[in-house]
Design a protein around this ligand. Sequence first.
Ligand code: SF4
Length: 194
Amino acid sequence: MAREHAADEALDAHLARLLERIGEVARALRWQQATGAGLSPLQIRILGFVSDHPGEPVGVARLAEELQVTRPTVSDSVALLVERGLLLRKPDPHDGRSHALRLTAAGRRWLPAGGPFTEALATLPLHERETLLLALMRLLASLLESGDVQVQRMCWTCAHYRGDRKGRHHCQLLGMDLAVAELRTDCPEHEAAA
Ligand code: SF4
C-alpha cells in the first residue's frame, strides 16, 4: 500500500514537472515569435485573444482579467498595438464609456499559425489526443475549483453541460451531443454552473 502511494506521488511529481516544462517551451516559442515580430509575448497573446473573440466587446478590463495581467500593463501593450496599426479601438456598443478592440489586417498577419505544438500533436493517434484533452480539461477544472486559475469558460463548469466528463457529452443550450474535439474551453455561450 505504502509502495503504491509512493509510486502515485512519484507519478504526480513527474507529470507536474512535464507540464511545467511544456509551459516553458510554450513561453519560449511565444518569445521567439514575438521577438521576430518586434512585439512582446503579451502583445502576441492580446492579438490572439482579440482574434479568438470576434464580435465580443474585448477591452482592456476584459483582457486584464482573461490574461491575468494588471490593467496598466495591458493598457500600455494595447496602446502600442494601436499605435502600430495592429489593433483598432471602436466605441463599445454595450458601454458608451468604453472601447472594444478589433484586429486589423496588419494585426492578423502576426497571429500564431500552427507551430511546433500542432505538428507534435499530429503525431499522436486520435484516441491519445482525445484522452489528453479530457485529462487537461479535468486538470483545469480542478485548478479552477481550488482558485489557482480564474477565468475558464469550459464545458465542465457550464450550467448547460450534461454528461459524464468521459465518453458522454451534451450541450443543452446548443441541443446537441458533443464529440471530444467539440468540447469547449473558451465558449462565448458559457454560463457558470451553480
Ligand atoms: S454552452 Fe458552451 S460551454 Fe456550455 S456546455 Fe454548451 S458548448 Fe459547453
